[in-house]
Ligand binder design. Sequence first.
Ligand SMILES: *[C@@H]1O[C@H](CO)[C@@H](O)[C@H](O)[C@H]1NC(C)=O
Ligand SMILES: *[C@@H]1O[C@H](CO)[C@@H](O)[C@H](O)[C@H]1NC(C)=O
Length: 733
Amino acid sequence: MAFRSVLLVAAAAVAGFAPAAMAHTSASNLDWDAALTKASTAVGKLSQQDKVNIVTGVGWDKGPCVGNTSPVSSINYPQLCLQDGPLGIRFGSGATAFPPGIQAASTWDRALMGQRGQYMGEEAKGCGVHVLLGPVGGPLGKHANGGRNWEGFGPDPYLTGVAMAETIQGMQSAGVQACAKHFILNEQELNRETMSSSVDDRTMHELYLWPFSDAVRAGVASVMCSYNKINGTWACENKNVLDNLLRDELGFQGYVMTDWNAQHTTLAANAGLDMTMPGSDYGGKSILWGPQLTSAVNSGQVAGTRLDEMVKRILAAWYLVGQDKGYPGINIKADVQGTHKDNVRAVARDGIVLLKNDANLLPLRKPTKLAVIGSAAVVNPQGMNSCTDQGCNTGALGMGWGSGAVNYPYFVAPYDTLKTRAAADGTTISLSSTDATGSVASVAEGADAAIVFITADSGEGYITVENNAGDRNDLDPWHGGNALVQAVAAANPNTIVVVHSVGPVLLESILQQKGVKAVVWAGLPSQESGNALVDVLYGLVSPSGKLPYTIAKTAADYGTSIAHGDDNFAEGLYIDYRHFDQKAIEPRYAFGFGLSYTNFTFADITVTAAATVKSGPASGAVVAGGKADLFETVATVTCKITNSGSVAGAEVPQLYLSLPTSSAPAAPPKQLRGFDKVKLEAGTSGTVTFNLRRKDLSYWDVAKGWVVPSGTFTVNIGASSRDLRLKGTFNVS
Ligand SMILES: *[C@@H]1O[C@H](CO)[C@@H](O)[C@H](O)[C@H]1NC(C)=O
Ligand SMILES: *[C@@H]1O[C@H](CO)[C@@H](O)[C@H](O)[C@H]1NC(C)=O
C-alpha cells in the first residue's frame, strides 16, 4: 500500500513566510507492500508446526527476553526477542533509562520525541531485541491518578498521537519493531484484568482510538491488546476492536500480540489475535496456543488460512524493519548507551514546566547561601536500583514503577548537581535530606533561597507502594509534602518548590504559603535529573515545558474517578481540559501552561481554507490510519511569534479548534489540533505554520464516520489552553 505524503494544499497562500518545521505526523516510508510479499513467500515454506511456533510464545521465563518465540531455520527466522518497555531496555544494565513518555510529551518537541525513539531503537537493536514494547497510547489518562499514565503521553489524543508517531518512526528507523499498546480502554490498574470498559462509538474514535490511528499511520509493526474487556468481551478476543477498528478502519497491516497472559481462549485467533505472549500463564501451566492451536486448526475451528494470515503479519513486520539482514544476537546486558544521555538531559530539561516565579526569583544568580530540603533531593540511600521495577518511592524520583520501568545505569540526583554548581559559584549549600519538618527551620533560615523537593509516584498494580496499588490513592504529594513545604516556607521567604511527579498533584496548600515564590514542575526526568534541573534553575536554558495535563484545584474537578467494577465511560469526550472547558471550571494550571524566563508575543494570524474543502463524510480508500482524504491538508494557519524578552527561549504556540456549533453535534468547546516548539533568541521572531487535515476538522458520526461539519470554524492560538492570544475563522460550505 503506498502512503500519500502530507503536502501543503494551501501552500501558495502562505508564500513569503518561512514555514517552521511543522510537518504533520507523516506517513511512514517503510514499505509494507514489499514486506508482505516477502512474508507470503516465506509462509509458503513453513510447516504447520513452524507456523504455530511463530505465533506462540515459548512460555513465561523460558527465554532471554520477557517474550520469546521459537526460531525457524528454513527461513532464517530467529528466536524472536520481545522486551519491555516504553522507556528503554527492562532488566538491562548497560542501557539508557530514558525519561518516561509523559516527560517527552511535556517538551512538546517533536524532534526530541523522535530522537528519543530512535535512540531507544538503536539500543534495543544493540541488545538484539526485535520488538521493544512501546510506545504507550493507552492509558490515555482519563483518570488523573491512573497508575500507568506516566508511561504514555497524557490525556490529549492529538498530543499523544504526535508523540506516538514520532516515537514509532524513530524506533523503526533504527531497525526495531515498535509495539503500540495497550489496545484499548485500559485506563486504570484497579481490576484491570477483570473489568469491562464500554465507551460510545464517538468517544472511542475522537479520544481513545485517535493515537492508535497515528501509530498505524506511522507504520507501527505491532499492537498489544489489553487486559480488560470491552463491552463484555476480552480486548484480545474482541473482533470489533481488532478486526473492525484496527484492521478494517485503520488499515493496520502488522500483528496483534496479547498483553502478558491476557489471552483467555484458543479461539481468540478468530477475532484477530496473531501472537500470544508469553505463551503460558506465569505458572507455566496454562497454554492456549501451541498444541491447542494445532488441534483447533486440525479440527477446523480455526481456519488454516487464518493461521497463515497470522504468520504473514508477524513475518511482514520482521521484514519491514530489515531484521532479516544481519541483526545482532540477543544480549540484554549489552552496553549500548552511546551518547544518548544527551537526549535524556534535553527531554528532562525541556520538559520542565515553570509554574510560578514571583518577583523573578528564578533563575538563581550566584546565591551566597542555598538550602536544599527533602528526601527526594538525593538518590535512594539503598541504591538507585534497589527496588524491583522501581517499585518504591525512596529518594529522588525519576520514573514510576512496573514493567514500564528500567534500571538506571547511573542516577544524577538534584543535590549532586546543585552541590557541584554551588562549589563553582562559591555558594554555601546545606542539605536536609529527610521529609521530617523538625530540622527544617535551622537549614532553611537565612539562606538566599530554599529549594524543597516533593514527589508523587504511581505504577503498575502488581506492586503496591506505600499503600498505592498502582493507581494513586489521592492527588496529594507523598511523604507529607504539604507539611514539609509549609515548614520550609515559614522559615524562608524565597522558597522554591520542585515537584517530581507521575501526574497532577494538588498544589493549593503549597500555593497558600507566602514564602513559596517559585514552583518548578520537574516531572519524571530519569537518570539526568539533577543536570536537567540545574540547567533550568540557573538559567542555562529558559524553561520551555508545557503541562501535558491540567492541574486542578480539587480532585473532584477532573470529573472522573477510578471505577470499582465495570466502567461505562459516562464522561464521554469530556476528560481533562475538555471537561474543564465544558463545565467552565477554573483550573489551577491549565493544560498547555508553562512560564519562561523571557516573554513571547503572538501576532499576524492568517487562516486559509482550501477552496476544495467541502463538508460531509470522509472518503477514499483506507490507507494506513484511515480513509485517505482524512490526512489531506485542508486549511493552513500561520502566525508570528516574537521573543520580546531579554533572553533566548522557546515557546509552544498551540492551536485549538472549535467546530461550528450550527451543524456539528455538541462538541468540546475547543480541541488541540496543532502545536510547534519555536526556539528564538531575544528580540527575534519566527513564523509558525499549522496544517489542518480533514481529520482535524471532523467529528465522528456513528452512521457516517468522520464528518466535516459546515459552517464557521474558529481557530485560537495560544500559549496554553486558557491563554489564547490570536483568533481567526474559516468557513466550510
Ligand atoms: C460498545 O457498545 C456501545 C453501546 O452499545 C457501542 O456504542 C460501541 O460501539 C461498542 N463498542 C465496541 C468496540 O464494540
Ligand atoms: C514579561 O512581561 C510581563 C508584563 O507584560 C512582565 O511583568 C514580566 O516581567 C516580563 N518577563 C520577562 C522575563 O521579561
